[in-house]
Design a protein around this ligand. Sequence first.
Ligand code: UTP
Length: 410
Amino acid sequence: MKEKAVQILKQYSQEHILKYLPYLTQEEQDNLESQILRINFEELKKIYEFTKCKPLMQEKLIEHIEYTDKSKLSKERKEELEQIGREIICSGKYAVITMAGGQGSRLGHQGPKGTYELNTKNGKKYIFEIIIDTLKKAQKEYNITIPWYVMTSNENHEDTIKFLEEHNYFEYDKSEIKFFKQGELPLLNTEGKVIIDKDKKIKEAADGNGGIYEAIARSGVLEDLKSKDIEWIFISNVDNILSNFVDPLLVGLTIEQNQKIAGKSVAKTNPKEKVGVFCKMNGSPKIIEYIDLPEKMAEQRDENGELLYGEVNIANYLFHRSVFENLADIKLPYHAAFKKSAYLNEDGKYIEPEEPNVYKFETFIFDAFTRYDNMTILRVKREDEFAPVKNKEGNDSPETAVALYNAKNT
Ligand code: UTP
């Protein structure tokens, strides 16, 4: 290995990597070396140190955020707003992004989460197929093929494309589908050391869905949106099989409220529910995780008996294209998640840990909302629009998601 790479490892206390060299072929050593030269160890060190000191939330800076409850809109009002949104959709100014760069480690499925097959009352369906069903339904309704962008990561990019190609994109127009890759960062163990994967490289993973801003700008998606004159972009997770992502009401409401960002919420069922909720912090929209919301505030109610901090974020967002233009260079805070990750030990043995052993560093798409003074929030019914597939079993599992899907698709 060249001196420069060795120097870097020493400078950042990662010399343990040198112990692997005797097991590696020349080609593997060369790959590892170019990876070492590419990784920004200085930034990684800062992220690791930063994530160890958690900022304190100050109660007085958190405020309630206004929202619109869909179920309380009159028929006429709903129609009026939907009409505004329909015009945007029908004139080709609307696109959809699915964030599918995650690892899906809790589900434990081999392969991209979108390739997971569910046993629904409409037959066996892959998650990607359910998403495309929604796009095809919109195609019929609005007489237009809505462009679909899929954010992937190094880990699942090839497999995602291969899967959709093999299934002929479930008969959606291939020319309106684009894939773009997000960035990644090395995983670090509890001593702040990088680990080596089966392929004899430093193990890296997608850097969180906040990587979308940089990825959209770098990958040419932003240019593509501009050239197609797309104004509004709906963004959602790959794993919500009831996501209503072609929604004229949300578009109409956001335009009418003169906002550039919108999000959908569902009502929190009780003060202890472990979910992130929309609020305002220091005067800007923010999603506050249950762990950071002081208990007293979690229990506060308004004059109608509704939880004051009760708008659960279901990761359904609408952005005006200008948001991506403004935030292309944004630096978001990193959050560390403690996860299980297999690795090669220094004797060349592959270890599959039973317990979490590494930190994965992620930025979140919603942390950028603080750059705006306000956003539109539309409260929808949980049973209509939220059926996440997160865990292998129990809550938010294939079983619960399919039950919700079946109830909705009667
Ligand atoms: P989650 O936070 O549920 O993570 O992602 P995950 O990776 O899918 O699953 P676990 O935590 O390992 O079990 C929420 C959404 O953000 C996407 C995911 O694909 C999912 O749609 N995501 C997450 C990315 O696109 N990139 C990332 O780096 C992380």
